[in-house]
Design a protein around this ligand. Structure first.
Ligand code: ZN
Length: 302
């Protein structure tokens, strides 16, 4: 069976009330990423955060510090950066920091996400029988999706196309047909729990509904995530079906693993599950070959 890519979602916008091990500052994120790499992770995904308050910090300098920190100790691990999440105005500017980072091979992310639809991303509370917010829109019109896909790839960064539902995957199929995606299309199948209703349910049926509609018109690799929520209810199905896995403290505190686990503890848990099922873990180099990502750093060093 093909090797499993493990992508760790280090922090997203998680706070520390349930698990204090969520990394926030650039130094904490870099140290946590290196720890995950040593535990077997293939790639690391992170959001810039304020080290004291945990507020979002999507500026160039924060990301440059994080990426340089990671590569000083783990030059191989795939760096999977972000564009930021809920935005209404000046959405074009969401990729400014990625394009600036990409100018220097030392800070160029390997992978950056394009979320394939505009969605309501309010959190519903079953306990309160009410929405906690009722105006949060993740704004991604089709014109911007094409623009992001083109600009990110032109900067030498691999796009990962996040699919919150089947219409997103159909849009990826159209992008493949239009010739917009270079190399295999890297598709993230998103499921959501914990009151976020925008994705498929984080269970076998939610995943199966995604898998029924994968693009058929070109080579693809798919990876599954549950945001927010635990990857565990779908992890073994993903491993058996030949997909890849993305998870971490950014999605869920994982207290059920015992104590207050660190991201690397969750990585070790999934590595064991995959090996028990007969699937080895992809090294970053093997993942680059699978996804069509050039060996940027080695090329730069030569
Ligand atoms: Zn993210």
């Amino acid at each position: 069976m093909k090797k499993l890519i493990i992508d760790v979602r280090l922090n997203e916008y998680a706070m520390r009330d349930e698990n204090p091990n969520v990394p926030w500052s650039p130094a904490e994120i870099a140290a946590d990423a290196i720890e995950c790499y040593e535990a077997g992770a293939t790639s690391v995904h992170f959001h810039g955060r304020d080290g004291k308050t945990g507020a979002a910090a999507n500026d160039f300098e924060t990301y440059a510090q994080i990426i340089r920190g990671i590569r000083s100790k783990a030059p191989d691990v795939l760096v999977h950066s972000t564009l930021g999440y809920v935005t209404h105005e000046a959405a074009e500017r969401k990729i400014d920091h990625i394009l600036k980072l990409a100018r220097d091979p030392m800070t160029r992310p390997d992978i950056a996400p394009v979320d394939m639809a505009t969605m309501n991303v309010d959190i519903y509370s079953s306990e309160k029988k009410a929405f906690i917010t009722d105006d949060q829109v993740f704004y991604n019109p089709t014109r911007l999706l094409q623009y992001f896909t083109q600009q990110i790839q032109a900067a030498g960064v691999k796009t990962i196309h996040t699919c919150w539902n089947v219409p997103c995957t159909r849009t990826v199929q159209a992008f493949i047909e239009m010739g917009l995606i270079k190399g295999p299309a890297y598709i993230a199948l998103l499921m959501s729990e914990s009151g976020l209703l925008a994705g498929h349910p984080g269970n076998y049926k939610g995943l199966a509904a995604h898998l029924d509609f994968l693009p058929t018109n070109g080579p693809i690799e798919w990876i599954a995530l549950v945001y927010p929520g635990s990857i565990q209810p779908v992890a073994s199905m993903v491993i058996a079906e030949g997909g890849h896995l993305s998870f971490g403290l950014g999605d869920h505190p994982y207290l059920e693993l015992g104590g207050k686990p660190r991201n690397a503890d969750i990585v070790r848990h999934i590595v064991k599950l995959a090996r028990d099922m007969g699937r080895e873990i992809a090294t970053p180099e093997e993942a680059r070959a699978m996804l069509g990502i050039p060996q940027l750093l080695k090329a730069a060093a030569a």
